[in-house]
Design a protein. Structure first.
Lengths: 311, 350
């Protein structure tokens, strides 16, 4: 009968191999996740550069999308000074919000979008087999292999827009801005929280392909969800909007993760953080941690159901 | 207990391993597809049923079987890519589908049908990635890579994008990528599929030399008898998801082929030769030579009959070609299955 051996004892077990002494050492080696990620990033860069025109066109297309977006809201703000009364979302504040959204979108599209789609495809074609063979965390391995550098252009554009309008606000005598040395790290931190939440939602959705066999709804879903999270949450605070407000604040807190970092810099209600701001910030942090844990759980469950494809 | 002593030694132990798939049965046509939206019929496919076997360290074993026999599924179970329905399995003491990193650092799987190198990049970049994933020290990595590239004669192709390599060159790169971390156990799923004779031969030679040098344990599946003849001391025939035979190639021929092929060269006048054309199971007549098939047990009698009436100058008695024997084995296995020897294969489920 076979009995369960303690795996830890195995390296000492004689396998009659010539390099026996090396096994214990070989078994204990840990991969450097940073090195693996940097190799992914480098390989993606080499790949992008070898298709030069494609790279340039991708940059141009995403930048023009952003420019049109900007133009549209510029037009809207010719008709109004602010979104709603006493919400504080004037033109400068709103463009800081827009810049924040561009940065989060761009991070997702640079690092995760192609990978989540590819993961879905790997499940259908059975190529996930190879990811499962590697002695490294599988979720890590499928989340990062492709870095779509061209999509990073919008993050820089977003950053430029934010710097420009933050400067406007700081020099506006009517505003009471509270911009300290902590504002920038806080902004970065909450942008990352937002990115983590969006990543988790995306990878969870992609993992469901294991049960569905095929899941081509990723892009659609991304379009739907970003439609809701790319506006200040105050616009939902009326009529039926409250239902959306509640759903996207407490159930799937995508509104929170886009609003919190934007509010850190735009400060629509002035520089003082009230209890509501702290609540939102806490939801953002909890959502990031919770969604990441949840995505790992779903991912593991999904792998258990993976059945590979024909040879 | 002698049994447990044996199993202590084995590097691969498989006990009653079983794996079934539920496959959606789609009928042809539009209406059937619409019906399929509401009510689906599934068929149970028993890819692997109740397989038990042991492999010793340093063995080079072949899984042989027709398409869909369960060879690849067995390899996938051994590499932990899929979970079995029941049964136990250990490779080097690890349970494969627990997918421990310690285990995954010590084996490799190469699939001839699939590509695991970065398509748009030179193979060297994929190798580098594997170095980081397997945490191979740079010195070891460089040495192993250079050795393997040298053996397979692909050093000059390292900088070329994988998509621009020929199938044979790509397969060599796949092998190198899989061997960079010096695995103790290697699973090869049809590594020579689609390759020309020269490339096939090169890969065979490489595997042989590599295995002799490293004493690694290799399990190979292939459709090419040449691969198996050249490499494996032990052949396991899998058909309908079950083991049909386990032994050496010679044993297979002995067990499954009842015939010998006899070639005679006849001297003397042509008239004497004419009588031989009437023999049953003549394969080829090319005076003064004749080639025919005869039952293993009848060889002696048939030959002595002919020798007493004809002036025979040369006799060759040989086994039928291996391909032919194997084809017969597969057909036999199929027949055995339809007689119910393997149990039922299909069950309707909803």
């Amino acid at each position: 009968m076979l009995k369960a051996h303690d795996a830890k004892q195995i390296p000492q077990k004689s396998t009659g191999l010539p390099h026996e002494a090396g096994i214990a050492e070989q078994v204990m080696r840990k991969p450097s996740y940073l090195n693996v990620f940097l190799t992914f990033a480098k390989n993606s860069m080499i790949r992008d550069m070898s298709f030069r025109m494609n790279f340039i066109l991708q940059c141009i297309s995403s930048l023009s999308w952003a420019a049109m977006n900007y133009g549209l809201f510029k037009i809207i703000y010719q008709f109004s000074d602010s979104i709603g009364r006493r919400t504080g979302w004037g033109e400068s504040e709103f463009f800081i919000f827009l810049g924040t959204i561009w940065i989060i979108n761009s991070l997702i599209q640079t690092f995760f979008m192609a990978n989540a789609t590819e993961f879905s495809e790997m499940i259908r074609t059975g190529n996930l087999d190879f990811a499962l063979l590697k002695p490294i965390d599988t979720q890590f391995l499928i989340s990062f292999p492709r870095v779509n550098w061209a999509q990073l252009a919008n993050a820089f554009l977003g950053l430029a827009v934010i710097i420009f309008y933050e400067n406007e606000l700081l020099h506006d005598p009517d505003k009471q801005m509270n911009f300290t040395i902590w504002s920038v790290p806080a902004f970065i931190f909450f942008v990352l929280c937002g990115t983590v939440v969006m990543y988790s939602v995306m990878i969870t959705l992609a993992a469901t392909s294991i049960w569905m066999g095929r899941n081509q709804n990723l892009h659609n879903f991304w379009f739907y969800i970003t439609n809701f999270y790319r506006y200040p949450m105050e616009i939902y605070e009326r009529g039926i909007g409250w239902a959306l407000w509640g759903t996207f604040t407490f159930v799937i807190p995508i509104l929170v993760v886009s609003n919190v970092p934007a509010r850190v810099l735009a400060q629509p209600m002035g520089g003082h953080w009230g209890i509501w701001d702290w609540t939102l910030a806490s939801i953002s942090v909890v959502a990031a941690a919770g969604s990441l844990v949840a995505s790992r759980w779903v991912f593991r469950m999904a792998l258990k159901s993976y059945r590979s494809a024909s040879s | 207990m002698p049994e447990s002593i044996i199993s202590q030694m084995s590097i691969i132990e498989i006990k009653n391993l079983t794996k079934s798939y539920r496959v959606y049965q789609k009928q042809e046509g539009m209406m059937a597809s619409i019906r399929g939206l509401f009510r689906r019929e599934y068929r149970e496919v028993h890819a692997v049923r109740d397989i038990s076997l042991n492999v010793e360290p340093g063995e080079f074993v072949a899984f042989l079987g027709p398409n869909g026999a369960g060879k690849t599924t067995t390899l996938k179970l051994l590499s932990g890519v899929i979970n079995p329905d029941s049964g136990a399995c250990q490779v080097m003491g690890y349970v494969p589908w627990e997918r421990e990193n310690e285990y995954r650092r010590r084996f490799a799987l190469v699939m001839g049908q699939k590509n695991q190198l970065w398509w748009d990049l030179p193979a060297a970049e994929s190798f580098r990635l594997n170095q980081h994933i397997y945490a191979v020290p740079v010195v070891d990595f460089n040495r192993t890579r250079d050795e393997l590239c040298d053996m397979l004669d692909v050093t000059h192709l390292l900088g070329q994008p994988v998509r621009e390599l020929s199938l044979g060159e790509r397969m060599k790169m796949e092998l190198i990528a899989a061997l960079l971390h010096s695995p103790d156990v290697l699973f090869l799923d049809e590594p020579t599929i689609g390759l020309d004779v020269v490339a096939q031969h090169k890969i065979q030679q490489f595997l042989k030399a590599y295995q002799e040098d490293r004493k690694s344990t290799i399990v190979l599946t292939s459709h090419y008898m040449k691969d198996i003849q050249a490499l494996c001391q032990r052949v396991i025939i899998i058909a309908q998801g079950a083991i049909y035979h386990d032994g050496s190639l010679d044993e297979i021929v002995d067990r499954f082929s009842g015939d010998k092929i006899v070639t005679l060269q006849i001297g003397g006048p042509d008239e004497a030769f004419e009588g031989l054309r009437a023999l049953p199971n003549v394969i080829e007549v090319e005076p003064p030579r004749i080639k025919f098939r005869v039952g293993r047990d009848d060889v002696a009698k048939t030959l002595s009959d002919i020798l007493s009436t004809h002036a025979v100058e040369d006799i060759v008695v040989e086994d039928p070609p291996l391909e032919e024997v194997i084809a017969k084995v597969f057909t036999d296995a199929q027949d055995a299955k339809s007689l119910g020897e393997f149990g039922t294969s299909a069950a309707e489920a909803r």
